[in-house]
Design a protein around this ligand. Structure first.
Ligand code: B12
Length: 260
């Protein structure tokens, strides 16, 4: 049986509050909205009206979840600490808030055996209304000829200061017709700005200027910037310097290429 959008909010409300307190945002959508824009190879194999939720991390995730996570647990040496923290936070909240639901959870960093990502995070963010996904196809007569240009999501309040962390699919929940798709706010409207955005993201992503393409309410703190600016292979050492890891833990830290 399909549930109304009010019941969707009733179902996910506690989860939303719990994750917001930890620096995350959540946005519900129907699997069919996602599949409608993707080539079949990327489809999620659930009925079109199945309820899904995409989880974003906002700048405060670093202080509200990541630092407390490092204080309370010993990171496993071989996995990226940020990935471990989002997986820990999201999966704990799922078990707590949905004890009797069957929920498939995928993370941004997870790949299928065919090396494709388990879900396309930017498409999910766009179709859920969370953040507009600007692609080369959003520019008329693009100036880059046949060059491949990666697309980028811009959030109306956070600009580019966020990441897309997880996808939840409620296998047994069908959302009713009153859960309506809303376009994400189009905050980079002119052709010139879109060209500038895609050039910043593709040619100068290391200077982070793409994140400031629109005025933002929140940005990463100095400590978070220091963490993400440190090459992944040296982050274990930085955490040890901050007093979070033991020598053995930091030696084991992987050199996975993770950014926020
Ligand atoms: C693989 C990957 C990379 C690869 C390849 C990038 C790519 N886009 O292919 C590399 C290593 C180069 C890379 C680099 C970076 N990445 Co990266 N990457 C990913 C990852 C894991 C998968 C992306 C992917 O394979 N896409 C597959 C291609 C085929 O998808 P696509 O181009 O979107 O094509 C689809 C759409 O066009 C769609 N479509 C067609 N028509 C329409 C119409 C509409 C309206 C819509 C919505 C969709 C749609 O159909 C196509 C498929 O059929 C994602 C996380 C994830 N799980 O999604 C992060 C991700 C895209 N990366 C991210 C970032 C930030 C980066 C970096 C800045 C480094 C960093 N981590 O800080 C750099 C910047 C890029 C650069 N200049 O190098 C962020 C982007 C956040 C944002 N605001 O958009 C993501 C989402 C990770 C995250 N956790 O937030 N990345």
């Amino acid at each position: 049986m399909a549930i109304s959008s009010e019941s969707v909010e009733g179902l996910i409300g506690t989860f939303r509050e719990s994750l917001e307190a930890q620096g995350f945002e959540i946005y519900p959508f129907k699997v069919g909205w996602y599949n409608a824009v993707l080539s079949p190879a990327h489809h999620l194999h659930y009925p079109a009206d199945t309820l899904a939720v995409v989880v974003l991390s906002s700048p405060s995730m670093f202080e509200r979840s990541f630092l407390p996570f490092l204080r309370s647990q010993c990171c496993e040496g071989l996995r990226d600490p940020i990935d471990q923290c989002s997986a820990h936070t999201v999966s704990s909240a799922v078990s707590l808030c949905f004890p009797s639901q069957s929920v498939d959870v995928s993370y941004d960093y997870e790949m299928l055996p065919n090396r494709r990502p388990k879900f396309l995070a930017q498409t999910a963010a766009h179709v859920s209304g969370a953040a507009y996904y600007y692609q080369k196809s959003d520019v008329h007569s693009p100036p880059w000829a046949d060059k491949k240009m990666f697309g980028v999501c811009i959030h109306p309040k956070l600009g580019g200061w966020f990441a897309i962390r997880a996808l939840l699919v409620f296998k047994d929940v069908r959302a009713g017709a009153d859960l309506q798709q809303k376009d994400p706010p189009d905050c980079v409207r002119s052709q010139e700005e879109r060209i500038e955005l895609l050039e910043r993201f593709n040619f100068r992503w290391q200077d982070w200027s793409y994140r400031d393409m629109v005025p933002t309410e929140e940005r990463y703190s100095d400590q978070q910037r220091e963490y993400f600016r440190t090459p992944p292979g040296q982050r274990g050492e930085l955490l040890r310097h901050w007093g979070f890891l033991t020598d053995t833990d930091s030696e084991k830290q992987s050199s996975t290429n993770k950014q926020g």
